[in-house]
Design a protein around this ligand. Structure first.
Ligand code: NDP
Ligand code: 8X3
Length: 249
């Protein structure tokens, strides 16, 4: 039997695509997110695709009690995909809204650490496992309006590096997955507007959720002695955080 894959933020985007990809490989799945209807749909689809058991469980990574309940209800992950989170707003520092500042740090940093902390002891006892943390290309620089988002993803990078040190000798692998522009619900959530979100990806071919899911699965299916520390993947049209080649219509 394939090992359990636990995915935070599996109701859309990378998390849902990764759930489907692991389902096709026959893994049992324990999936978390806030939008339960969407999450249940993903879980049902995963069972049709080949997962022997796909459980949808409520999770708000900004809420410690919710995290503890989620982690207690799931089993010991063979693969933990710390994916839940995103960006809130694109305001400059002088205009930054408190709720966005706190929201990004709580979800992208504190939530990721709390989930990892709750699941790690069982993974260490099992002497195997793989943690994949969703960072971002934004952990490799910054851009106007990206201060706290980039800072939160830089924190993911530092936490991933620290985990590799702390888990040395446990057989647990840690991968930081850093995609560039990918068209998911990310920009709709960030900008709160479907048209503005579409404009982010206008004139070039962005990454898809499936591109990123495939990269995640590739990292976790290397032989046990191989750890992919960091993967940065961008659309071919994205040369840097601020330079994207767009075809004019
Ligand atoms: P989506 O908005 O499509 O998916 C985000 C997922 O995270 C959803 O399932 C959402 O579920 C979940 N989520 C958000 N907040 C919470 C919360 N408080 N508690 C539990 N779940 C939460 O975006 P992506 O798939 O693109 O993003 C996934 C990750 O990848 C994020 O960490 C993002 O920062 C990162 N990333 C995205 C890139 C992009 O360009 N798209 C590039 C690089 C990194 P729900 O709302 O139902 O709770
Ligand atoms: C999302 C990628 O470039 O919008 O993490 O910050 S970017």
């Amino acid at each position: 039997m394939k090992g359990l894959v636990v995915i935070t933020g599996a109701s859309s985007g990378f998390g849902a695509a990764a759930a489907r990809a692991y389902a096709r490989l026959g893994h049992p799945l324990f999936l978390g997110a806030r939008r339960m209807e969407r999450l249940r749909e993903v879980a049902a689809e995963c069972e049709k695709l080949g997962s022997p058991r796909a459980v949808a469980h409520p999770l708000d990574v900004r809420d410690k009690e919710s995290i503890d309940a989620f982690c207690q209800a799931g089993g010991t992950p063979e693969i933990l995909l710390n994916n839940a989170g995103g960006a809130l707003g694109r305001d400059r520092v002088d205009k930054l809204r408190d709720e966005d500042l706190i929201g990004m740090i709580e979800a992208n940093v504190i939530g990721l650490v709390r989930v990892t902390r709750a699941l790690l002891p069982a993974m260490i006892a099992a002497k195997k496992g793989h943690i994949v943390n969703l960072g971002s290309y934004a952990a490799h620089g910054t851009y106007e309006g990206g201060s706290v988002y980039a800072a939160s993803k830089t924190a993911v990078r530092v936490i991933s590096e620290t985990l590799r040190l702390e888990l040395s000798g446990t057989n647990i692998r840690v991968t930081e997955m850093d995609p560039g522009l990918a068209e998911t619900e990310f920009s709709v959530v960030r900008l709160g507007d479907v048209e503005k979100a579409k404009a982010v990806y206008a004139g070039f071919q962005p990454l898809t959720a499936e591109d990123v899911a495939e990269a995640i699965v590739w990292c976790t299916t290397r032989p046990p002695h191989v750890n992919i520390n960091l993967m940065v993947l961008t659309p071919t049209a994205q040369a840097s955080l601020t330079k994207v080649h767009r075809e004019q219509k």
